[in-house]
Design a protein around this ligand. Sequence first.
Ligand SMILES: [Zn+2]
Length: 433
Amino acid sequence: MASAHLLGSSAKSPNQKEAQKPKQQMPIFAKRLRYDLQRKAMSILWDHSGDTERQHRVCSCHRNLSSDGLPIYRAVDGSNARFANVQTCGSGWVCPVCNPKITEHRREDIYKATVEWNKQGGKCLLMTLTTEHENADNIVEVLEEVSKAQDLFTNDKFVKKTFGTATATVMQREAKGRPVKEQIHGTHQRLGYIRSLEVTHGVNGWHPHFHIVMFMHDDSLLTDGSTLQRLKEIWVKCLIKAGADKFKISDMLKYGLDLRGGDYVADYIMKFGREPIAVNGWTIAHEVTKANSKNQTRNINGDWHYTPFQLLGFATNGEEAAAALFKEFALAFTGKRMNYWTNGLKDYFGINEVDDEEISQEAAEPEVEEELVIYLNPEEWKQVLQSNTRAELLEIAAAFGKDGVIDFLERLPDRPKTHSGHYDVAKPKGIWQ
Ligand SMILES: [Zn+2]
């Protein structure tokens, strides 16, 4: 375990000072878990054809360099360290290192918009659209079905009449001198919405679903039973049209569309992207404080479900079936949009468009002052990759600074070489964009 190495009393350890011992909840410890998971994702998705252009981009993340030279920085209080000049993949679905940065950025955007909307007297409601599924169902087909149903639902006449033309879209078009031609005034008018695609895997197989945060002018839809019932029926009709036609209609009506407001929405946004992931008892950053012993989440039907990163965690613990499921998921979801904001909504709340890759490249705003620890040369970086010790090196850099890193590098050639250590400099990241 990470702490055993760092806190243990290796005779050669250059630093025995109490003050510099890392604390359990420091960000550096979550990093090891993320690097472990990422290493597993790399090996699961590695294309053995030898064609580097065919690799999933996660395989080059925090491994390939943007140019020669690899500086390491540390927080002066020893709480964190990072590599600079490494390429990032920006794969929100697949990369455990890039994902937290991306989802946290998206979460902050959603949070900012909902807080502002509430301040202006609006109401946020959360609609969840889901489908029944069976264990044997292919993830690609299930995803296609639910996506097609979602398109049909959005374009349904009654749905359009209910929600109207998004107010923020109308405002944006008017500002650009291109007003909406056939503006619909909804019976439950909304400013716009943010749609997120999520997927879990459970006893009945893959479970892709949409969460839609709707910026309503009021929350009267919650108590408008007849409209709600009609929306549920339309969702079922859309599912059947999209091919999800082998299930009991009564079940689909019961579970397919869910609408909630109030604290439930706030809770959803607070937890957005902050899923618990565990490997050998280690849980990721935010969850460390929550001491979450159960890593499963319950879905609407009450079944136990696992997120893709939880599957990756099981794969890291040696579960082959989980590794196969993660691969199936990565093949189906890479390139799919995670979040969609209706036109004009970001403008309305003054939120900038930034793509996932840009977010993954942003150096996190350091919470404490940073200092340059050392520059690694190409041979040293190769040895780090060969011995799979990226996280360990960062822990050493955070806790012990330059002396610790030099000591670590001196002993590195003696460590077992478990990986190839190959990396590229300023190369394209592969075809899975
Ligand atoms: Zn990445």
